[in-house]
Ligand binder design. Structure first.
Ligand code: PRP
Ligand code: MN
Ligand code: MG
Length: 175
């Protein structure tokens, strides 16, 4: 099955502005802490996280988690398998999870449940994109870049069948 890009939803310039804005909010909120751990959810968050952390002018560390939904379905099932866990214990730490997009919210609901049990001092979520109309659970998101309609999108880390992650902007594709 082939998909064609049919429009730019968010340009490089628009994304960059938002990334700076989010980084400033994050910096203001964490200015008292000297122990921020930024956790990216692979693979989608990679590009956004790379840009974001370079705009957060605070001492921080980074780590990544890789997860995969069970089943062949393209719909998130809510059952998540951890493919790569965090390298270190996060007990007592301030953890900020970075996502490219929250759709049903099931991936993050599962992840935050797991991480909270590790007795973090604080746990917050930052996502570039949010599709609230698709939500299947009650998930609190602390930092949202853009709320977007339920369109099929690619680019800036987001894939279609693993392709298009390297597009520097976010595009809609024909459905
Ligand atoms: C996508 C996206 C989020 C998740 C959101 O990841 O990057 O991580 O789905 O979906 P949800 O809110 O419905 O759970 P995907 O599982 O496609 O993996 P990828 O990041 O490697 O593309
Ligand atoms: Mn992802
Ligand atoms: Mg994907």
């Amino acid at each position: 099955m082939d998909k064609k890009i049919d429009g730019v939803l968010l340009s490089e310039e628009v994304i960059e502005k938002k990334v700076i804005e989010l980084a400033q909010q994050i910096k203001a909120d964490y200015r008292q802490e000297d122990d921020l751990l930024v956790v990216g959810v692979l693979k989608g968050a990679n590009i956004f996280m790379g840009d974001l952390i370079r705009k957060i002018d605070l001492p921080l560390e980074i780590d990544f988690m890789a997860v995969s939904s069970y089943g062949a379905s393209t719909e998130s099932s809510g059952v998540v398998r951890i493919l790569k866990d965090l390298d270190a214990d996060i007990k007592g730490r301030h953890v900020l999870i970075i996502e490219d997009i929250v759709d049903t919210g099931l991936t993050l609901q599962y992840l935050t449940d797991i991480l909270k049990r590790r007795k973090v001092d604080s746990l917050r979520i930052c996502t570039l994109l949010d599709k609230p109309s698709r939500r299947k659970c009650d998930l609190h998101i602390d930092y949202v870049g853009f709320e977007i309609p339920d369109r099929f999108i690619v680019g800036y880390g987001i894939d279609y069948a693993e392709k298009y992650r390297n597009l520097p902007y976010i595009a809609t594709v024909e459905e």
